[in-house]
Design a protein around this ligand. Structure first.
Ligand SMILES: [Zn+2]
Length: 290
């Protein structure tokens, strides 16, 4: 027999509704993931071509300076995030991958050379995922469980492949403001979809448009306020050669100042959020067996 819970009114004879599992870990009203896509030069090569030395030279900042500044900021605030690596950029600077790993950040995959997955066959995507995952695992000694598609361009093969290969999360689809458990193969553990947004992408503010960092911060702060009131999730996307530049890095520090001062925002790695959500889904299923 079930016992009444705090807050329940008089027991009814129709059985009592049990409380839903909390959306976030105790004491937290919202969650924030800081994800950092380390493209090296390969993002701009995939976009502008290998002979566009203007963009390649700009993006050289990624591994030379930006990634190190972002690592320093995260260390100053004592927060852990998720670094999504292009495989070739990891090969160029394994020391940066190792520095992020040793600082407690998650290491995830972001394509071998930043070609869009939407343009690849299923087999090409599979090879690209395995090759990128393997090079990162060989550097850190632990196998990545998360993936963000280059340019956020995926197709119908991507999530099923991630599930088959044992990946646990993906950050490509803005399917609302909460994680979504995706199970194209019902018999396998789900891939937890974590919602990105072009409004939470430093590219929108400092590449597509150029604006003062405080404008990016103000937009992110307003989003976080609404999400916190609703108990939801924000997934920031930064690029070291963009948001890791001196002034733009202030958008991150101002957001961290704000989120930490709120005192109830769970600032967490993507794999930790995905694991939390997977366990929450399991608890929900056990409480509401179909
Ligand atoms: Zn990228």
């Amino acid at each position: 027999m079930q016992t009444p819970r705090d807050g329940d009114s008089m027991p009814s004879d129709q059985g009592q509704r049990r409380p839903q599992p909390p959306v976030w870990p105790a004491g937290h009203r919202a969650a924030l993931i800081v994800s950092i896509d380390v493209d090296g030069e390969y993002g701009v090569i995939a976009h502008h071509g290998a002979d566009d030395w203007y963009w390649r030279a700009q993006a050289r900042y990624d591994l030379e300076a930006g990634v190190w500044r972002l690592l320093e900021i995260m260390a100053d605030y004592d927060v852990q995030g998720t670094f999504c690596w292009v495989g070739r950029a990891a090969e160029d600077r394994p020391d940066a991958v190792l520095a992020a790993h040793r600082a407690g950040h998650e290491i995830a995959t972001h394509g071998w050379d930043h070609r869009t997955y939407a343009s690849m066959s299923r087999e090409e995507q599979r090879e690209d995922l395995i090759r990128t995952r393997d090079v990162l695992a060989s550097i850190t000694g632990s196998t990545p469980v998360g993936h963000k598609s280059p340019f956020w361009r995926f197709n119908e093969h991507t999530v099923p492949l991630l599930q088959e290969l044992g990946f646990r999360w993906n950050m490509d689809i803005a399917a609302g403001d909460l994680p979504v458990a995706m199970r194209p193969h019902p018999e396998l553990p789900p891939v937890i979809q974590l919602p990105p947004s072009r409004l939470w992408d430093d590219y929108s503010f400092f590449v597509d448009w150029v604006m003062p960092p405080r404008h990016a911060f103000e937009l992110w702060r307003d989003d976080l306020d609404v999400l916190r009131a609703e108990g939801k999730l924000m997934c920031l996307t930064l690029h070291p050669w963009v948001g890791g530049r001196p002034g733009p890095s202030r958008a991150l520090t101002q957001l961290l100042d704000y989120a930490i001062a709120l005192g109830d925002v769970w600032i967490a790695r993507a794999d930790h959020v995905a694991l939390w959500w997977q366990e929450r889904e399991r608890d929900l299923a056990e409480e509401n067996p179909s």
